[in-house]
Design a protein around this ligand. Structure first.
Ligand code: MG
Length: 298
């Protein structure tokens, strides 16, 4: 299920490279209703990711594991240099998409989101990526928010002004994703390139957390608990107390700048980002390539 670290073993050893110290925690729980845990995750500097498999009959488990396996190879290649780019990640995700299709004959799919720590001319950035409705959040300088934008039917309904975010939480089609790896026609990830500020905290999670715990509850845990592993454990327990209706996976990454570079030099990248940092608009009508809901309770 997990890659890059022994299951259940907190790993918070600081890793100092290129001016950023990262410490992190992680955990995954089957939840109280599901027979299998179809989530998978990676917590291996410089890549942190969560994948939520879908497809039933263990197919989802295979899809999320395959995706994390490919990202894990990318993490090994990038370890020590933080030289990975959005192009490298894009290639890895395309490879994951192809492998899942090959293995499952396009009957299984997976979401994936997370961050890679990359450098542009010596300045560290979070390269956030997303396909589907798992989520990446950031707490930075006291401000908290979701970075990734869900590829889901309810997100499109919210964007169109048809329902409110509160209604999306209980909408019957809230689990239907409009992009995934391994299935459907829309598999491209969105990317965001964000400077790493001293004290940043990143949360990567599956919808088994966000379906049970409000953004306010997540924000509270992120801002009040000091150690990343304590945040992870607290959020997983909160999801279980709230019903634990889905697999729940949480990765928390803290960054500390150690090179004395002031934040004023970070807010303006020294060179324009070459990568696409804007979410892509869906090319087709909402739901056009959705996985049928009964197969798609990611
Ligand atoms: Mg899920």
């Amino acid at each position: 299920m997990a890659a890059g670290a022994p299951d259940g073993q907190p790993e918070e050893a600081p890793d100092i490279r290129h001016g950023v110290t990262l410490s992190f925690g992680f955990g995954s729980d089957r939840g109280l209703r599901r027979e299998l845990n179809e989530d998978a995750f990676l917590a291996a500097d410089p890549i942190f990711a969560v994948a939520d498999g879908m497809g039933g009959h263990e197919a989802g488990e295979v899809a999320s594991r395959e995706c994390i396996s490919v990202l894990s190879q990318q993490a090994v290649l990038a370890a020590g240099s933080r030289s990975a780019t959005a192009v490298d990640l894009q290639q890895a995700l395309r490879q994951a998409d192809a492998r899942i299709r090959e293995i499952s004959h396009a009957r299984a799919g997976t979401t994936v989101t997370g961050v890679a720590v990359v450098e542009e001319r010596g300045v560290p950035y979070w390269l956030v990526f997303n396909v589907g409705d798992s989520r990446t959040y950031r707490l930075s300088q006291g401000s908290f928010g979701q970075v990734s934008v869900d590829h889901s039917e309810v997100q499109e309904l919210v964007d169109g002004g048809f329902i409110t975010p509160a209604e999306a939480l209980v909408h019957p089609r809230r689990h239907v994703v409009t992009r995934a790896l391994g299935t459907g026609t829309d598999t491209e990830a969105d990317y965001w390139l964000i400077p790493v500020e001293d004290g940043d905290r990143i949360l990567v999670c599956s919808d088994g957390l966000t379906g049970e715990v409000s953004d306010e509850g997540i924000h509270r845990a992120l801002s009040t608990l000091e150690h990343p592993q304590d945040v992870v454990d607290s959020l997983i327990q909160a999801a279980l107390r709230s019903g634990g209706r889905d697999n729940v996976t949480v990765v928390v990454v803290d960054a500390a700048r150690v090179d004395g570079t002031g934040p004023e030099t970070l807010t303006q990248p020294s060179a324009p980002a070459e990568e696409d940092t804007l979410p892509r608009l869906p090319e087709e009508a909402p739901g056009a390539n959705s996985v049928p809901p009964e197969e798609n309770h990611a």
